[in-house]
Design a protein around this ligand. Structure first.
Ligand SMILES: Nc1ncnc2c1ncn2[C@@H]1O[C@H](COP(=O)(O)OP(=O)(O)O)[C@@H](O)[C@H]1O
Ligand SMILES: [Mg+2]
Length: 402
């Protein structure tokens, strides 16, 4: 059983390129932590340093109560699952899972028991005699996960394990991995998992908490729901959520506490938002609004602004309307209706729900609105009770609450 702590972790590659710039991260024992960010932001580098496959050139890595900076990968109590499965092609499923244990000198009976337990968990019983080339990608990936489980590591490391699978299989493997995590927790077995992905949907659906990374730095660490509702900066706001948050650089007028969307359409920032806003001088401001916080009206009114539809993505249950408003572009989410098919070039009118606006400093790109999850907006609609003030429940607490 072990948590993982990264303290000011750094990596400079031998060619001089600095990939990781001082990462601090505290992963609880039993937590499912996702590292997410665009390709090249150093997710793999960070994970490989935890595994010991890359050396860290600065900072410390702690697993449990031990600094593992100088330990070999095999002595760190970790198992890693890779995107390309990394199975031995000439070995059967059974042999692939047993290999590491055999090398480590375990008794035959113990190896057999562990392989059978893992095979049962991962529905591999019928595939024990197959070699990798006789199995599908999803089956191979389950074997790779099985090989990780049999070692009973303190910490599981996953580097984009589902990226090579087709979309449908990815979803079902996602659910299987989450079930596995719960099952290990219930069995009281170590279940700390660090899971790397570039896919924000995977991150949102799987993580107890998510660490959003950009260019070798941590942008924000929080629960999926807090990242979605309280992004700390423009990067997280744009990265988490699909479609991406609408982010427009607008003029802010401090005298009237309003922003101009077009030359003749000014929007007053509601007092409820302003009261959470740090002191701001005025000038340009990043204005962020999610597509579900824009309403479509078919008639103009003083609260609407005219927009032209430039593209329509039909999703079945809803349409994503790409619109031009003056010089700006907005994506608007509209429930699909049998009586209205949005047409390209049609004019519509939009009403923006400004109480849901996110505002970011134009220079630092940090959130100007410091709304905290303890405000009334976060009350539980079923019990009418508010969530605890920090919003940072530990994974166990969260599960106990479900
Ligand atoms: N061996 C290496 N030498 C120099 N630069 C590297 C090496 N490996 C990775 N990088 C660079 O480090 C950055 C982070 O890479 P990586 O950790 O693979 O990103 P991610 O997994 O987030 O896509 C990238 O800019 C990549 O080009
Ligand atoms: Mg990678």
């Amino acid at each position: 059983m072990a948590g993982v702590k990264l303290k000011q972790l750094e990596k400079q590659y031998p060619n001089g390129f600095k990939a990781v710039h001082g990462i601090d991260l505290d992963i609880q024992d039993g937590e499912f932590m996702v590292l997410v960010g665009p390709s090249g932001c150093a997710k793999s580098t960070t994970l490989r340093m935890v595994a010991g496959l890359e050396s860290n050139t600065g900072g410390e890595i702690w697993i449990g109560d031990q600094c593992v900076n100088h330990l070999l990968p095999k002595d760190r109590g970790i198992s890693m699952v890779f995107q390309n499965y990394a199975l031995y092609p000439h070995m059967t499923t059974y042999q692939n899972m047993a290999f590491g244990l055999k090398n480590a000198g375990y008794e035959k009976a113990i190896i057999h028991q562990r392989v059978m337990d893992a095979a049962e968990k991962l529905e591999l019983m019928g595939l024990l005699d197959r070699k990798p080339k006789e199995m599908s990608g999803g089956q191979c990936q389950r074997v790779a996960v099985g090989r990780a489980i049999v070692r009973k590591p303190d910490v599981f490391l996953f580097d984009e394990p589902l990226s090579n699978l087709d979309a449908k299989l990815r979803v079902s493997m996602r659910v299987s991995l989450m079930q596995l995590h719960r099952q290990l927790q219930e069995e009281g077995v170590s279940s700390t998992m660090i899971y790397v992905t570039h896919d924000q949907v995977e991150a949102m659906t799987m993580g107890d908490r998510i660490c959003v990374m950009c260019e070798g730095r941590v942008m924000q660490v929080d629960t999926p729901i807090n990242l979605y509702h309280y992004p700390a900066n423009k990067f997280v706001a744009g990265f988490i959520g699909s479609p991406s948050m609408n982010l427009l650089l607008l003029d802010y007028h401090p005298d009237s506490a309003s922003v101009s969307l077009t030359a003749d359409y000014r929007m007053a920032i509601p007092a409820s938002v302003r009261s959470h806003m740090q002191y701001y001088q005025g000038g340009k401001i990043w204005f962020g609004l999610r597509s579900e916080h824009i309403r479509i009206r078919h008639q103009a009114s003083p609260s609407t602004v005219a927009a032209t539809i430039t593209n329509v993505e039909r999703m079945g249950n809803e349409d994503l309307l790409h619109c031009h408003v003056g010089e700006h572009r907005l994506v608007v989410r509209a429930p699909s209706r049998p009586d209205w098919l949005p047409q390209i070039n049609a004019q519509i009118f939009l009403e923006l729900e400004l109480q849901s606006v996110h505002l970011f400093d134009p220079d630092t790109e940090q959130a100007l609105v410091q709304r905290k999850p303890d405000s009334k907006e976060h009350a539980d609609p079923f019990t009418n009770q508010q969530e605890p003030s920090s919003g940072k429940l530990g994974p166990q607490t969260q599960q106990a609450a479900l």
